[in-house]
Design a protein around this ligand. Structure first.
Ligand code: GLN
Length: 381
């Protein structure tokens, strides 16, 4: 619902299941897109990534998900969750497919005032180049703060294996610290609800959206209709974020919460700038764990929020990121994701590195990972 959550369990239409294990979540909020692609129901899909909603579903379903540079793909016609973070992007089975779709949907749109008025770099060309497997001269930075504690052993094992493959392809891999990233989650969970609560105010039952009349009231006032409508129309998670955002934006608290969050956001952007002065791309595991069980984190919003630890910094800074499957975690046989981040408007680097790694992993896992989806055994496709 309104692209919230990391599991699709907040959807007004009910949850989507992960084709790798039907008792598990397909990630979120773009879990429907990712599951459809993983299950061979669609070759291509779109998602909106506000805090990771394209990349994290990609990671837990073994698909490729790309969050373009902020403003790189038009948001015209999109229902906003948090305007300064939202970005539309592709969900596909291969890096080249993502490049093809991204090139098609990317570019300037005068109908979106945040759309970047610059040509999209050659993404398909970069993917084709990368697939040749030569990364010599490329500097890769492993983000110190996005590994180690809290990450599942199997996810880390696949991550380190991918780093070795990048080195074997000629890349130079170094570690880079981005100290402000430890505050990214807290920053996001202030900025996002503030913007979401403001956006959702337009669902007022008068000029926009659903209209529900209160029961047993003869001539209800506008306020009564609004109240009944918003009560019936919004789910629990949406209400939780409206309350958080409205509180954080209330007079007296505005600067302490929203103002501080915006200042930390600047520090995160500066960390990226400093890091990209030293390396061409930054990498981390996409999500700390493989797909968790449906229901497992539903009653614990904080545990759910923690899933976005590694994807959120890119949204706060507006830089692009890709997640591609790095193989199956040993302990549960479920897909893990490898994330690559690049400077704004350098989306082509994601495709070069992604395609090179994909080619190397293809040999390591003897064939496309998605041919191993257990739920699809024997299904013609
Ligand atoms: N899971 C994050 C959230 O709940 C990200 C959502 C998104 O990227 N749309 O806000």
């Amino acid at each position: 619902e309104f692209a919230m959550g990391s599991s699709t369990e907040h959807s007004a239409y009910g949850p989507t299941r992960n084709p790798w294990d039907l008792e598990r979540i397909p990630g979120g909020s773009g879990g429907g897109s990712a599951a459809a692609v993983a299950a061979f129901e669609a070759p291509l899909a779109l998602g909106t990534d506000t805090g990771g909603s394209i990349r994290q579903p990609g990671a837990v379903t073994g698909t490729v998900g790309v969050k373009p540079t902020y403003g790189g793909v038009s948001r015209y016609g999109l229902v906003a969750m948090a305007n300064s973070l939202d970005q539309v992007g592709p969900v596909t089975r291969t890096v080249l497919d993502a490049a093809l779709l991204h090139e098609l949907i990317g570019g300037h749109d005068p109908l979106d005032s945040t759309s970047v008025d610059q040509p999209v770099p050659g993404l398909v060309e970069a993917a084709r180049q990368g697939a040749a497997g030569d990364l010599s001269g490329l500097r890769v930075g492993v983000i110190t703060e996005l590994q180690g504690e809290g990450y599942q052993a199997g996810v880390l094992a696949r991550f380190h294996e991918s780093l070795e493959l990048l080195t074997a392809a000629g890349a130079e891999v170094v570690e880079v610290s981005c100290p402000s990233f430890v505050h990214a989650l807290a920053t996001y969970y202030l900025v996002m609800p503030c913007e979401a609560s403001s956006n959702l105010a337009k669902f007022d039952a008068m000029r926009y959206g659903l209209r529900v009349l209160p029961e047993g009231v003869d001539a209800p006032s506008a306020e009564q209709v609004m109240r009944a409508t918003r009560d019936a129309g919004f789910g629990d998670e949406v209400k939780r974020r409206i309350i958080l955002g409205t509180y954080a934006l209330s007079s007296g608290y505005y600067d302490a919460y929203y103002g501080t969050a915006q200042r930390v956001r600047t520090l995160i952007s500066r960390d990226f700038e400093a890091a990209f002065g030293r390396v061409d791309v930054l990498v981390s595991p996409t999500a700390p764990t493989t797909a968790f069980k449906l229901g497992e984190k539903l009653d614990d919003p904080l545990a759910m929020y923690l899933n976005d630890l590694a994807t959120i910094p890119a949204n706060l800074a507006g830089v692009p990121g890709i997640s591609l499957p790095s193989g199956l975690a040993d302990e549960d046989g479920l897909p893990a994701g490898f994330q690559v981040l690049a400077p704004a408007m350098a989306d082509d680097r994601l495709y070069r590195v992604g395609a090179a790694l994909e080619a190397a992993l293809h040999d390591r896992w003897s064939g496309p990972l998605l041919d191993k989806v257990p739920a699809l055994e024997g299904v013609a496709r």
